[in-house]
Unconditional design. Sequence first.
Lengths: 561, 404
Amino acid sequence: MKDALESNNGKPVFAMSVTDMHKNKTGSWRYMRPIYDEKTPPCIKGCPAGERIPQYFALVKEKRYQDAWHLILEDNPLPGVCGRVCYHPCEGVCNRKDFDETIAIHNLERFVADQNVGNSFPQRFFAEKTGKKTAIIGSGPAGLSAAFQLARKGHAVTIYESLAEPGGMLQMGIPKYRLPREVLEKEINDIKSLGVEIITNTEIGKDKPWQELSDTFDSILVATGATKSRPMQIPGEDLEGVSSGLAFLREFNMQHKRDIKKKIVIIGGGNTAIDCARSAIRLGAYVTIIYRRSRHEMPAVPEEIAEAEAEGVKIIYLTNPIEFIGNGKLEKIKLVQMQLGQPDADGRRRPVPIKGSEFEIEADQVMLAIGEVPKLDFLPEGVHEKWGRVDVDAYQMSNNKGVFACGDSANGPIGTVVDAIATGKRAAIAIDSYLTNQETEFVHYGKVVGFNEINLDYFKKEKRVKQNRNNQKEVLSNFNEVHLGISESDALYEAERCFSCGICTYCDTCLIYCPDVAITKAPDGKGYIINYEFCKGCGLCVHECPRNAMTFEEELKWRIV
Amino acid sequence: MADSLIAEGLEKYFNPETTAEVKAIEGTHAASYAAKLARVKVVSAYPITPQTTIVEKLSEMCASGEMEAEFIKVESEHSAMACVIGAESTGTRSFTATSSQGLALMHEELHWATGARLPVVMANVNRALGAPWNIWADQTDSLAQRDTGWIQCYAESNQEVLDMIIQAYRLAEIVMLPVMVNMDAFFLSHTTEPVALPKQELVDQFLPEYNPKYKMDINDPHAFGGLAKPDTYMELRYNIQKSMEDAHRLIPEVADEFEKVIGRNHGGLIEEYQTKDAEYLIVTSGTITGTSRIVVDQLRAQGLKLGLLKIRFFRPFPVKEVQSVLGKIKKIAVIDRNLSFGRCGIFFSELQAALYNCECRPLLNGYVAGLGGRDVTPKTIEKIVNHLIASEKGEDLIWMELNI
């Protein structure tokens, strides 16, 4: 008996093409066009420095930790620092938060940096010299970030630092239990390896005149930060025992001065206040923080506030000092209770004193931490300022041509390490185009992938990793690092959890689903090629893509083009 | 005498040479074990009473690894059939099962399986269609799929269910047409009987690995399911009819081959019982057959020359077999547990049509009984026989035991 699938003429007995399908150019049926189109994940846009988070996660997943480190460095030369002290706005916008828990991006950044403590910069960072010279005033995160980016372009960079050690606020402000100094030192040394010169103990305007800089360098970048504590402007501020919180941190961190009093009151609710409090409690003091608004408005990082409270710091909210009392030496503080009124310009509700609610508490020492402002008296006449900061344009340049500013000394996003790194990078891009007479090109983010654009069928709910930490009792007796990072297995697990919103992971889902076999892998395996001769625009690839790395557009738009 | 007869019968049924195990199981599980023995690689089904236990057992066996098959969960019978169609298109032996409304929902896909020449095998539990809801035995569900091009057979016992599913794959994969093996709801599906599970190596010997000449293969891409214009469609239909005719010829051959290897033969398209000298004949299908055998024995003991014809295959319809048996009979009663509204019992009308071109036309009565699972007892059948003997003219539709 002959095969039932074959008819007398030798053809199949059902509807099946006998040649291959290439004759049938189904692409002509298409009225919608799928486009292999990577998009911006919210974390990248959420990171002021623009670290390419899902991309370095992909390298982590392959255990290519050195490559991952190099990729982070492109945008931020201080991942070891940021992996410890950054307030990680990237995590706040992570799409995963609407599914189970946000990805521990912060911990992964630290993990990558910690894997590379023995490694140095890749060869590609060492550029050919351009012969252009830039002076940077201040070696804080803004100055270091700018110096790194400029040096990578081949420009000569000299940083002037007024203090004895480089690092700015990272060196003088941030306590060692949050940032061990060998981490900072390693990353500064890496930047120096590119030829960046850091001249310490040199304050511009005092040890070296501005004129000398403007004569010697092709451009100057002001990155002095905000180092001057704001005064309270209330009676008794000149009493012995009333001092600036930042001064305490600087003297303790850099000169190891430990002579503090027993009953310490800290005024303010920012990170400086918390750093002062947690440092003082480690030195054996009883610490109370006075903050004029409620916890909700407190600008310090919430985790830091919680840690401070866990370590025994007492926080009194909705209270403000109105007088420091003492006979030459501080003895008491007169406080008044506050209530929240109408929201002010920044959206936070303005605190208003409650009449007749005054009370007094005893104190041996007060640290003021109500904010810091830049010290810009070294600038030449005519440089415009705005609210006490250098007034810069969209290219970080002041009205004085060739003079740029970034970080807390310039207007723009301020207050955090990563903002300083971001504006330092921006300034470097602008300075580079200024020095080379080219159009400035900043990164412009396209469409950001939203949670509802993730195909959740491809993901299962999973717990976020927890960072290891030192014993709570032990950390209070010394300045050892509190957090210890995550293990390799946790890092791999966490990187795997990432949705990789809008960033292709080469998962082949589009290729598998294509009913026309019109999608092929790119020759290098990184990406896909759609054969529009055969793609009939069914949209399965777009619909199935777990991470929205495909876009569906009307064909008409493309035909007209 | 009777004991030795039973022993002999058992020996034939449960031949220890060919049997791995005799299990007391219900009809649905007989279907499940048959699918396993047939080394089915893909199972996709949607549960519906009284088919559910078929799928339940299969899903357990797939989950435990007892059966090396993919179990594809679906949201409807339509999708279940679509899944097995997809699987079969790649040359993968697949199985599904359904009943009643589920089968009705599959209707469109049933045509497709035939036209695409996919040897799907499906167990259908014959259950009444709603409205009103009724979950009991009635053959109208599968008979309503008459023109879908599926080969249909009707089992009388759990053993026959198992044996026919294995044979169905053999047959389907030769003629490249789908096969539906039917069993009566509850009378078979949920009644426990001893069933001999043949040795796996013997089933493998009987049912070779499936490897069709044409199949979907990513390494050899072709377009499937395209348009056939008026210049080709009719020829493709002709081929299906030819394959049905091949099936007609092959069904007894496959049954003989099965007997050679496994040692059991339930018959070809029909089974005759006590027909040799019969003057009267009952024609049945499904479980009514078993009851009728007892009535035939009893009435024969009283001297009545009564015989029984069991229709095993409805498609292809055993026209020439029926002609050769019925031609010699005086009066015939066809018992239908089904009904085509506006006509009569469906087996009856098929039979009547088959005899039209016959030289000798016996008296033919059509009895409709047991719809929606109502019992058809030996008493019912006796009444039918008595009515038949008294009949002087054939009647197409006689309602049995109607409470009106």
